[in-house]
Design a protein around this ligand. Structure first.
Ligand SMILES: *Cc1c(COP(=O)(O)O)cnc(C)c1O
Length: 371
């Protein structure tokens, strides 16, 4: 019998579920001749605003652009410092550097993979302009501790919500807690487009207006340019697809949550594995189900799973403070020990709403077989 490989995620299954609706809508737009902006983008911005609960949402080209636009809208630039996590995708810090500010890396909490809010205060300086937490793998960061420090020192908070659309902290959606929320609609995120896309959310109309201006070549009025901006559009096609998919997001996140619970039950007896913790005051949306291999043989486990046709992923193999591009910041190995040890231990198991229990069972047996 031929056994199918288990992918880390399979986007075609989700497409098949909504193909009829999506195909009809896409054809409609193709026939309309209206490919940029228009009602389709406006409709999505309204729907996403309602979903997150903020007053404003501005669509843009990617999660990376959302971060860049947020930093620019807060007038963060040369000489400023932004505190962030070293255990994240490069875009989080890259955009800080892009606006010529300096990323200041603070170590994470090993059990949550997120910024350790108890370490924030020690990193605040007169140059600190913002704290940029990441809700990594779909799990909300400790926004209570973080907001307390931000308020005490009067610095802004930009939430990197790229992996956490729909996640909550104390009953509030992420992206509606700090000053600005930044979302990615890259296909592998919880709310994924069929290409690139992103959004900025905020309750501050001035910030929203600034983002809108900057993403359109710095113009408020056509052909009158007040600032050096960028071209960062959410496509009409992507916006229409996202509006359809947003209606399914809670259902899909619920399925991820059930799979996560099932992984936990099936793997809890395995002493060589540390399971991801579930937030007590919040709700994770499980963009990834990331375990830590405590035997020191993570790469071996990954290879053995691969031999059995089971794909697992390493997010992220090297923390940002030790990346070649940040050598000039002079961080030393050992300086942020939690981020560094976690980078050697993490393994993300297959996780997507359409993963079947049979496939999940194979992942679990395959994994147990490695020890
Ligand atoms: C995906 C991601 C981004 C960037 O989003 P893009 O849409 O790919 O530009 C930023 N931060 C984190 C944590 C991400 O996972």
């Amino acid at each position: 019998m031929r056994v199918n490989n288990i992918p880390p995620l399979d986007l075609t299954r989700q497409y098949r579920q909504i193909a009829e609706e999506v195909d009809a809508k896409v054809l409609n737009i193709l026939r309309s001749g209206r490919y940029i902006g228009g009602q389709s983008v406006a409709d999505f911005e309204i729907a996403f605003t309602a979903y997150i609960g903020t007053q404003e949402c501005v669509g843009c080209n990617s999660g990376t652009d959302a971060l860049y636009l947020a930093l620019r809208a807060l007038n963060i630039g040369e000489g400023d410092e932004v505190i962030t996590s070293p255990f994240t995708f490069i875009a989080t810090a890259e955009t800080i550097s892009e606006v010529r500010a300096t990323p200041v890396f603070v170590d994470i909490d090993r059990s949550t993979f997120n910024l350790d809010s108890d370490r924030l205060e020690a990193a605040i300086t007169p140059k600190t302009k913002a704290i940029l937490p990441v809700h990594l793998f779909g799990r909300p960061a400790d926004m209570t501790g973080l907001m307390a420090v931000a308020q005490k020192y009067n610095v802004s908070v930009i939430e990197d919500c790229a992996q956490a659309t729909g996640a909550e902290w104390m009953g509030q959606k992420v992206g509606n807690i700090g000053n600005i929320g930044c979302f990615s609609f890259f296909p592998t995120k919880n709310l994924g487009a069929f290409g690139d896309g992103g959004a900025v959310t905020t309750n501050d109309p001035e910030i929203a207006a600034m983002v809108r201006m900057l993403k359109e070549h710095g113009q408020k009025q056509r052909y009158i340019h007040d600032a050096i901006g960028v071209n960062s559009r959410l496509d009409a096609l992507q916006a229409a697809i996202l509006t359809i998919k947003l209606r399914y997001l809670d259902e899909w996140n619920e399925k991820r949550s059930r799979l996560a619970q099932r992984y936990r039950e099936l793997l809890q007896s395995c002493s060589q594995i540390a399971l991801p913790s579930t937030p007590e005051q919040g709700k994770s949306v499980w963009n990834q189900f990331t375990i830590r291999i405590l035997s020191g043989k993570r790469d071996e486990v990954r290879d053995r799973l691969q031999e059995k046709g089971i794909s697992s992923m390493i997010y992220y193999p090297r923390p940002l403070h030790l990346q070649p591009v940040y050598q000039h910041l002079n961080y030393q190995a050992g300086q942020l020990p939690n981020s560094e040890s976690v980078a050697d231990e993490v393994l993300s198991l297959p996780m997507f709403p359409e993963l079947s229990e049979e496939e999940q069972d194979r992942v679990v047996y395959g994994l147990k077989d490695c020890f």
